[in-house]
Structures are given as C-alpha cells and as structure tokens.
Design a protein around this ligand. Structure first.
Ligand code: NI
Length: 172
C-alpha cells in the first residue's frame, strides 16, 4: 500500500469524467487499498480515484467515528438511485479543496448500487452523512466539486484563495 498525492483545485485534472471499471481485479483492489491509506492519512471520510489522478469510477469511504474500528467501504462503478425530493443541508469539505467548508443542499436520501471490493453487486440505502458523502464523491466521478454547488461569488473567492496558497507554496 502507498499514500498517493491528492490533487487540489483548481487543477484541471479534477474536471475529467471518470470511466467505468471493466473488472474488479487485483490492480483495482491495489488502487482501492492505496486510496484508503491516502484517505486515512489525510483524515478524510471519502475519496474518489480522480482525486489521486486516476480517472476511474472508484470511491472509498469510511464514516466510522474516531473511537470506532475503521470500516472502509469500497464502491466500484457506483450509481445513485431514487434520490429523495426531500433535501438536507450539510457542511461539506473536500480533500481537494483543503481548509474550506460550506453548506451544500442535496437529496436527503438515496440508494447506491455498486460493485464491492470483490466485484459483487451490492445496493445500500443511504441517508444522513452517508447520503451526502456518496453524492459528493459521485460528483467527483463526473468532474464536479462541492464548490460548484455554491454561488459564483463564493466559489470564485475560494478558488482565488487556493491559487494564492499554491503560488506561495511553490515559492517556498
Ligand atoms: Ni471531495
């Protein structure tokens, strides 16, 4: 397993559309293992493969609390089904938009159908943080970031600050 570099906005590579995985083989499992290690290292709760520069439809997530055993979930080729009309607001962050947190409104419930770590088709009902997180990660597979759900004013302000920080980091 290895920790991979996480791309940060406004890196154009984050805007690519991820392509489906054909078969869940050892190479895909090795990618997912690296993604989980990378996510834990960065103290995140979800990570899409595109964030480590692999434009494939793969997501990892772990919503266990700090005092709980790690319980990673692996999603290959996930699809969101039956998003509820009812919505909820969650303060979202993203490892590719470090240090910024903003409220985003999304369907409060949905189902997610995917292939698991062993390539077995699975369907889960999602609500609460799980529903928010899976929809956020699904957006990544389509080249969308949570800041795209904000007003243009807020989004531009965040992108400007990120660019400035990256310029400063490059000079250091
Ligand atoms: Ni994200």
């Amino acid at each position: 397993m290895a920790i991979r570099e996480i791309l940060t906005a406004p890196d154009p590579r984050l805007r690519r559309i991820s392509t489906p995985v054909e078969v869940v083989d050892d190479a895909v499992r090795a990618l997912m293992d690296d993604m989980v290690e990378t996510m834990y290292d960065a103290k995140g709760i979800g990570l899409a493969a595109i964030q480590v520069d692999v434009p494939r439809r793969v997501i990892v997530m772990d919503l266990a609390g700090e005092d709980e055993e790690p319980s990673p979930i692996y999603f290959v080729n996930p699809e969101i089904l039956d998003p509820s009309g009812e919505t909820s607001l969650y303060q979202e962050g993203c490892l590719s938009v470090p240090e910024f947190y903003e409220e985003v409104e999304r369907p409060a419930k949905c189902r997610v159908r995917y292939l698991d770590y062993n390539g077995v088709e699975t369907t889960l009902d999602a609500e609460g943080l799980f529903a928010t997180c899976i929809q956020h990660e699904m957006d990544h597979l389509n080249g969308v970031l949570f800041i795209d759900h904000l007003s243009r004013l807020k989004r531009d302000r965040i992108l400007r600050k990120l660019k400035k920080e990256q310029r400063l980091a490059a000079m250091a």
